[in-house]
Design a protein around this ligand. Structure first.
Ligand code: WT7
Length: 669
C-alpha cells in the first residue's frame, strides 16, 4: 500500500478556490436544510431511526436502532420487519398514487413504454408468483442477467417481494464471469433475455447464459435449475426443454395479485460482485431495512427530489450498485418518476442523451465523470442543440471529477444555474456517504466535500489519527452506517481483512483523500493508483486533473511506470478535444502537444509531476462500467505484455495504444 499523506503535490487540487453557493430560490425550497447536520450530530442513532420510520413502511416497528456488538457486522433496526418491494411499489398505489408514472422507458431503437406504479404493481406481483411457481422462496439466490429494460427492475423487485436474494450480473460481462458469480452465490434460477439493443443492432444474451449454466470444464453441473427468458429482440434462441421458461408465459400464468413476504430488517436483499485487489470478485451483500433507509434518505436529500414534480434520470445500468440504489430502490421507495434508457449515448447520434432530457423534461440528472468528459470531447455544440432548461440538479459519481469537467457540466449542461452534487460512495457503502447538500453547501468544483448528516468520515494518517486541515491521508468511515455491507458472501474473514484490518476497528475505504483549509474532503483516487516519483507521492487523479484543465485535453489517464532513476515515472495518455486533433499527425505524434502539456503540468503542480511520456490516443481502455484500466496502461508504459483484458469494453483499444507507444509523442528532455 502506498502512503498518500502529507506531500506537497496534493496541495494542488484543493488550491481550487471557486465555490458555488445555491441560489436563494433553490436554498429556500430545498428538502435538506442546514439544521439536518445538527439534528444528526445531536443524536445519530435517533436521527437514523427517524429516517427509517419516516421514509419506510414497516409491518413491525423496531425497538433497537443499532446493534454493533458483532462488529464489524452491524445490525440495524434488527427486530423490525418489512418488505422492500412493498415499500417501492404497493404502498404508493395504496396511497392513491397508482396513476403516477414510475418508469419512462426509452429503448435504444426508439420504442417507448410508460409504466405507472399501478402497472408496476401488477407486473411485480405476477413475476413474484412466477418465481414462486419455479420453487423459489425466502433466502434463495437468483441471478439476473438482463439489458436495461423494465423487466430488469421488475425482476429485482419480484425477488425482494418473495424474500429471495438477487445477484445482478452486468449484461456486458462474459459467460465465464456469469458462471463464477452463479457458482459463488449458488443461484438456482437465472433471469435473462434473448438479447438487447446495442449501438443500433440487437445483440444476444441467452447464448452466454446457455454457456454459463452448462457443466463446467471439470464436468461439475451448475446449480441452476431454471432459466427465465424475457423476449426483447425476438431473435432466435436455443431452447432447453424443462429448464428454459419464457418470462411472458410464466407471468401470464401467475395471478395478478401477490402478498409480499414479510422479512426481518437484516434479511439479505442482494449480492453484488465487485472487483477487489485479487482476481476473485467479492460478493458484497446488503440487507433490507438499513439499505432502504439510507438509499431513500440520500436520494431525497442529495438530489432534492420532489416526487410529484421531478423527472429523475440516473444513467447507470442496473448491473452496478448505482443502478441498484439510484435506479431501483432509492427512487422507487421515494415514489419518483424516472427515465430508463437502454442504449449508449451516441446511438443513433451523439445528442441522444440530451434529446432524452428535452423529450421527457428531465429535472435531475445523475451520471459519471467519464461520460461528462466524453461529451466535452464531442464538443458543446452537441448538447447546445437541445433544450436542457428543465434540469435543476446535476449529480456525479464513480471517480473524482476534475474541476474542468465539473465546470463544463455546470456551464454547458446546467446553464451556470444548477447545483452539482459530487457524490462519493462505494458498492460496499450501499448509498451516498459524502456529498454536498444542493440547497446548503457552496459547492467546490472537484470536491465531494462533506459527510452527509448521519455519516462520520475522516481523513487519517498511517496511525489512524485525523490529519489537520490542509493535509492528505486515507479516507475512513469511523462509525457504522445503515446501508453498510454486511459482509462478503461466504467469506467473513475476507470481509474483515479487506476493510477492517488496515486500521483496526475502522472501515478503510481504499481511497486517498485530503482535507482543504475549510476541512472539506477531496477524494484523490484509490491508494493503489498513487505513484511514488523520486520519493514524492503523486496522485494520478491530480495529474489527470491538471492535464484536463488544459483547453486542448478532453480526457487523460496517468500511470506510474517503473523507472531506473526515479522509482516511478509519470506516463500520461491523453485524448485531445475534437477542435485540437489537427495538431497531431496520423501516427499520434505531436511534439508541440506534448511539450505544451508538460509545461502545463509543471505549472499546475510542479516539475515533479511532469509526465516523462505523453501519448496522444483516440481511446482509453475502460471497463464496461467506464473505469479506466490503469493496470493495462501500466503494462503498455512498462513495455510488458498486456495483461488480462477480459473486462475491457473494447479490447482492440489496447493494441492501438501499444502500437502508438512505439512512437511516443514525447520522451524525456
Ligand atoms: C470507488 C467505488 C459509487 C458507485 C459507483 C462506483 C470511487 C466513487 C466517487 C467520487 C471520487 C469516487 C472511489 C470509490 N468513487 N465515487 N464522487 N469521487 N471517487 O462504485 O465500483 O464500488 O467504486 O469509486 O475510489 O472507492 P464502486
Amino acid at each position: 500500500m502506498t502512503d498518500t499523506t502529507g506531500t506537497t503535490p496534493l496541495e494542488n487540487l484543493s488550491a481550487e478556490r471557486r465555490a458555488f453557493p445555491p441560489s436563494a430560490e433553490f436554498a429556500a425550497q430545498a428538502n435538506a436544510q442546514a439544521e439536518l447536520y445538527e439534528r444528526a450530530r445531536a443524536d445519530r442513532e435517533g436521527f437514523w431511526a427517524e429516517q427509517a420510520r419516516s421514509l419506510l413502511s414497516w409491518s413491525t416497528d423496531f425497538s433497537e436502532v443499532l446493534d454493533w456488538s458483532g462488529a464489524p457486522v452491524a445490525r440495524w433496526f434488527a427486530d423490525g420487519r418489512l418488505n422492500a418491494c412493498y415499500n417501492a411499489v404497493d404502498r404508493h398505489v395504496e396511497a392513491g398514487r397508482g396513476d403516477r408514472v414510475a418508469l419512462l422507458f426509452e429503448g435504444e431503437p426508439g420504442d417507448t413504454r410508460e409504466i405507472t406504479y399501478a402497472q408496476l404493481l401488477e407486473e411485480v406481483s405476477r413475476a413474484a408468483g412466477a418465481l414462486e411457481a419455479l420453487g423459489l422462496g425466502t433466502g434463495d439466490r437468483v441471478a439476473i442477467y438482463l439489458p436495461l429494460i423494465p423487466e430488469a427492475v421488475v425482476a429485482m423487485l419480484a425477488c425482494a417481494r418473495i424474500g429471495a436474494v438477487h445477484s445482478v450480473v452486468f449484461g456486458g460481462f462474459s459467460a465465464e464471469a456469469l458462471r463464477s458469480r452463479i457458482d459463488d452465490a449458488q443461484a438456482t434460477v437465472v433471469i435473462t433475455a434473448d438479447g438487447g439493443y446495442r449501438r443500433g443492432a440487437p445483440s444476444a444474451l441467452k447464448p452466454a447464459v446457455d454457456e454459463a449454466v452448462g457443466p463446467d470444464d471439470d464436468g461439475t453441473p451448475s446449480p441452476v435449475q431454471k432459466v427465465l427468458v424475457v423476449r426483447r429482440t425476438g431473435q432466435d434462441v436455443a431452447w432447453t426443454e424443462g429448464r428454459d421458461v419464457w418470462w411472458h408465459e410464466a407471468l401470464e400464468a401467475a395471478p395478478a395479485q401477490h402478498t409480499p413476504v414479510d422479512v426481518e430488517a437484516e434479511h439479505p436483499l442482494f449480492i453484488l460482485y465487485t472487483s477487489g485487489t485479487t482476481g476473485k470478485p467479492k460478493g458484497i451483500f446488503h440487507t433490507t431495512g438499513g439499505y432502504l433507509t439510507q438509499t431513500a434518505y440520500t436520494h431525497l436529500n442529495v438530489f432534492d427530489l420532489k416526487p410529484e414534480q421531478d423527472v429523475y434520470w440516473c444513467t447507470a445500468d442496473i448491473g452496478w450498485v448505482t443502478g441498484h440504489s439510484y435506479v431501483v430502490y432509492g427512487p422507487l421507495v421515494n415514489g419518483a418518476t424516472q427515465v430508463l434508457y437502454e442504449g449508449t449515448p451516441d446511438t443513433p447520434h451523439k445528442g441522444r442523451w440530451w434529446e432524452i432530457v428535452a423529450k421527457y423534461g428531465v429535472t435531475i440528472l445523475y451520471t459519471a465523470p467519464t461520460a461528462i468528459r466524453t461529451f466535452m470531447k464531442w464538443g458543446e455544440d452537441v448538447p447546445g442543440q437541445f433544450d436542457l432548461s428543465s434540469l435543476r440538479v446535476l449529480g456525479s459519481v464513480g471517480e473524482p471529477i476534475n474541476p474542468e469537467a465539473w465546470m463544463w457540466y455546470r456551464r454547458v449542461i446546467g446553464a451556470d444555474r444548477t447545483p452539482i452534487v459530487d457524490t462519493w460512495w462505494q458498492t460496499e457503502t450501499g448509498a451516498i456517504m459524502i456529498s454536498p447538500l444542493p440547497g446548503v453547501t457552496a459547492a467546490k468544483p472537484g470536491s465531494a466535500q462533506v459527510p452527509l448528516p448521519g455519516i462520520v468520515a475522516e481523513v487519517v494518517d498511517e496511525e489512524a489519527k485525523p490529519v489537520p486541515d490542509g493535509a492528505g491521508g486515507y479516507l475512513v468511515l469511523s462509525e457504522p452506517w445503515p446501508s453498510m455491507l454486511r459482509g462478503i458472501w461466504g467469506d467473513e474473514q475476507r470481509y474483515k481483512d479487506t476493510y477492517w484490518s488496515r486500521f483496526p476497528g475502522i472501515y478503510f475505504a481504499g481511497d486517498g483523500a485530503k482535507k482543504d483549509d475549510d476541512g472539506d474532503i477531496w477524494l484523490l483516487g484509490r491508494v493503489d493508483d498513487v505513484m511514488n516519483v523520486s520519493g514524492h507521492r503523486l496522485s494520478t487523479a491530480e495529474i489527470e486533473s491538471a492535464l484536463v484543465s488544459h483547453p486542448m485535453v478532453a480526457e487523460a489517464a496517468v500511470v506510474g511506470a517503473s523507472d531506473e532513476t526515479t522509482g516511478q515515472a509519470v506516463v500520461a495518455f491523453v485524448i485531445l478535444r475534437a477542435e485540437h486533433l489537427d495538431k497531431v499527425d496520423e501516427a499520434g505524434e505531436g511534439a508541440d502537444v506534448a511539450a505544451t502539456l508538460r509545461k502545463h503540468v509543471t505549472k499546475e503542480i510542479g516539475p515533479i509531476a511532469k509526465p516523462r511520456t505523453i501519448l496522444v490516443v483516440n481511446e482509453l481502455p475502460k471497463t464496461r462500467s467506464g473505469k479506466i484500466m490503469r493496470r493495462l496502461l501500466r503494462d503498455v508504459a512498462e513495455h510488458r505484455e498486456v495483461g488480462d483484458v477480459t473486462t475491457l469494453a473494447d479490447s482492440s483499444v489496447m493494441a492501438l495504444i501499444a502500437q502508438g507507444l512505439e512512437k511516443p509523442a514525447a520522451s524525456s528532455d
